[in-house]
Design a protein around this ligand. Structure first.
Ligand SMILES: [Zn+2]
Length: 237
């Protein structure tokens, strides 16, 4: 699918969940809130797998690699949205750097969902950017909370930076972000262990409240989804 069509889909999706086409999104809380039948499972996976997704009946589940950075995890979640809403395959495993056409479409959709074409254009204009350098790139990725890799890849594809610049901007940017006054949360996992967010948790709690399952069964279901903190009433993840 061409870029403009994918960008249109991404803008339509943003508008369906009440987001205009240029604001940054706090992605995980937003999709947990707006997509009532979505479950997000963070799981330890091999590094080259970014995530997976599965849909059945009305339920949608996305799996996110818990070892990846928050920027990457947000990108993966946006990528899985493409499979869950616009791709008919019921189960998909997503490898980083896949050459598959659907995988590329899902990647481009994800990039546009987190930062539509107009959003990047307006950001450049508002910040008087004529030539990107590492500092400007870090400012932009922090503003939109997108991964460093996905931003420089997008800029390279837009011919806004050369291939040589793309290579020179790759690598660990945590220290450079610190030097610009940012914290390092974007470059570390949003959730770094096996854990579950979203509808599964709501369904288990609801089944218990309606007395459809016993307390012991509820705990069992929660532990199955790595929700030890809910079983043992712990405050922190
Ligand atoms: Zn995929």
């Amino acid at each position: 699918m061409n870029f403009f069509k994918l960008n249109e889909l991404a803008i339509e999706f943003r508008s369906d969940i009440g987001i205009n086409h240029s604001d940054p999104i706090d992605f995980f809380p937003l999709i947990t809130n707006k997509l009532k039948n979505l479950t997000i499972a963070f799981l330890e996976m091999d590094d080259e797998i970014s995530g997976a997704c599965y849909k059945f009946d009305t339920q949608k589940i996305m799996f996110i690699n818990s070892n990846h950075s928050k920027g990457r995890q947000r990108f993966t979640a946006a990528h899985e949205i493409y499979h869950l809403f616009y791709d008919n395959t019921p189960f998909t495993i997503c490898n980083i750097n896949s050459d598959d056409e659907i995988e590329k479409d899902a990647d481009n959709f994800a990039s546009f969902l987190l930062m539509p074409i107009n959003a990047l254009y307006n950001y450049k204009k508002d910040n008087n950017i004529e030539k990107w350098d590492l500092n400007l790139i870090i400012d932009c990725e922090q503003y939109y909370q997108i991964s460093h890799e996905s931003l420089i890849y997008r800029l390279k594809n837009n011919d806004e930076i050369t291939f040589e610049e793309y290579i020179s901007f790759k690598g660990d940017v945590k220290l450079n972000a610190h030097r610009r006054g940012y914290d390092s949360s974007l470059y570390e996992p949003y959730i770094s262990k096996n854990y579950t967010l979203g509808n599964y948790v709501r369904l288990v709690e609801e089944a218990f409240e309606k007395e459809l399952i016993s307390n012991a069964r509820k705990d069992e279901y929660l532990l199955d989804a790595f929700l030890d903190d809910l079983v043992y009433n712990m405050e922190d993840l």
